[in-house]
Design a binder for this molecule. Sequence first.
Ligand code: DGY
Length: 324
Amino acid sequence: MSKASVYVTRLIPEENIDALRAEFDVEVNTEDRALSTAELKEKVRGKSAVVSLLTDNITSEVLDAAGPQCKIFANYAVGYNNFDLAAATERKVILTNTPGVLDDATATHTFTLLLSVARRIAEADKFVRTGGWKGWAPMFFVGLDVDRKTLGIAGLGRIGKNVARKARGFDMRIIYNDVQRDLAFEADTGALFVDKDTLLRDSDFLTLHVPLLPETRHYIGAAEFRKMKRTSVLINASRGPVVDEKALVEALREKLIFGAGLDVFENEPALAPGLTDLDNVIIVPHVASATPATRIAMGDIVVANIRNVLNGLAPVTCVNPAVL
Ligand code: DGY
């Protein structure tokens, strides 16, 4: 009997590709670049399963090109805003993601950005490299204190909670806002539920962990920056469009806030004009989950989902359970 066919839209860890190859007929895009929609349509045609990335725009057109035999698109990411979810559900295509395994890496990265902005690490590194350093001085690169400050968390999902737990090591006061309260978490950590205005007003550090939805697009914009403390820091390792990047450039330029740490951008890989001219922002290329163990663990979920679905079983992590 011929093996079911799987298309992988970009290289993922070798271990995961090998695991797929052991059971399926696997084709991988080995060029290290995202495919265009035309290329995607061509490549997924006739496949039983597709491993997609957050850089693949999976529209109804792509789903139709894959054809009715295609059972599953396994997204190699926890986020799945690259998908037309309704179109997948309508076509009875199962869509899966990789929750849980990247919480530690993403929360650690959030803290890396937070500490780096607070202590002006990128700015200081550039200063030394470009020969500016002439010797120690007391008022050199004075940044912000972190210990015992207030950490505001927008979105108390798995990653937001992980960040909160890590913040306890700095004795930070935790406030959060979400669509629902988590009383058990509050009792466990002392975190305080607040409304959005209080979150903006009281946070010394505000970190965003909401999913990208129509309601969270530009969750932080010009009006929000005006409510924040001038000494505050904004961290975004969720999705770029959650912040109005043009308004952020303006806020950083006008020093409405102290600084920002960004892992994600509104129109990746393009950046808002003026962003790279600013010293009070740290910019990294969407790498919050980029650790070896995390990358393999994400792939393990992808493989398990494809294996289950192509063997007639339920996937491990399905984001459109209506199709099951
Ligand atoms: C995700 O999984 O959604 C991250 O943005 C990339 O790992």
